[in-house]
Design a protein around this ligand. Structure first.
Ligand SMILES: [Fe+2]
Length: 184
């Protein structure tokens, strides 16, 4: 998702330094999930209301964790507000409109776009066409920012190519680490 967030940030005209911050926020948006039990993260079916309320705490823990690190101050909201909705119906802070900065909206859009395309334990990944039809609905529901999603839609091929490329790179470096381990 970081590659998608970086591309979106570039298209939205963010400065070079802001784009570096977006990448850091992208990499560090979900460490709060360490607080979520694995049975919940990997559950193959729908979550119970109790399980969902535990899962919904993860951005709060991300916020707590990153807030302790002085140099991360500017990226804390970008990393931690990625499940807020523009009408206050997101979590965990129930922020609304202007309280959610552009950086957070970019991370949100990148997170949703990537999540919908990828396989999850409880469903198969969607096609680009399906994702393309769902995103405007989420804008209508004020879950995602219309300008950011408009930009994503206009450049969807290029953004998806960046996503696939970064997945390949991650896989390649993971496999080379495994080869190194075998050779040791
Ligand atoms: Fe998350």
């Amino acid at each position: 998702m970081t590659a998608v967030a970086e591309k979106l940030a570039r298209l939205m005209g963010l400065s070079r330094q802001e784009r570096v911050f977006i990448q850091v926020a992208g990499y560090l948006h979900d460490p709060g999930k360490l607080s979520t039990p694995r049975e919940i993260l990997e559950k193959a079916g729908p979550l119970t209301p109790e399980e969902y309320s535990i899962l919904k705490k993860h951005p709060y823990y991300t916020f707590q964790l990153l807030s302790r690190i002085e140099t991360f101050q500017s990226i804390v909201p970008w990393a931690s507000f990625h499940h807020e909705g523009l009408r206050g119906d997101g979590y965990p802070f129930h922020l609304t409109g202007e309280e959610i900065p552009l950086g957070s909206r970019i991370i949100q859009a990148a997170d949703v776009f990537t999540a919908l395309l990828e396989d999850r334990p409880y469903r198969k990944g969607m096609s680009i066409g399906e994702v393309r039809s769902i995103l405007p609905e989420m804008v209508k529901d004020e879950q995602l920012d219309g300008r950011v999603i408009g930009m994503l839609d206009k450049n969807i091929e290029e953004i998806n190519a960046a996503r696939e490329q970064s997945q390949r790179e991650i896989l390649k470096s993971f496999l080379s680490m495994e080869v190194d381990k075998i050779e040791e």
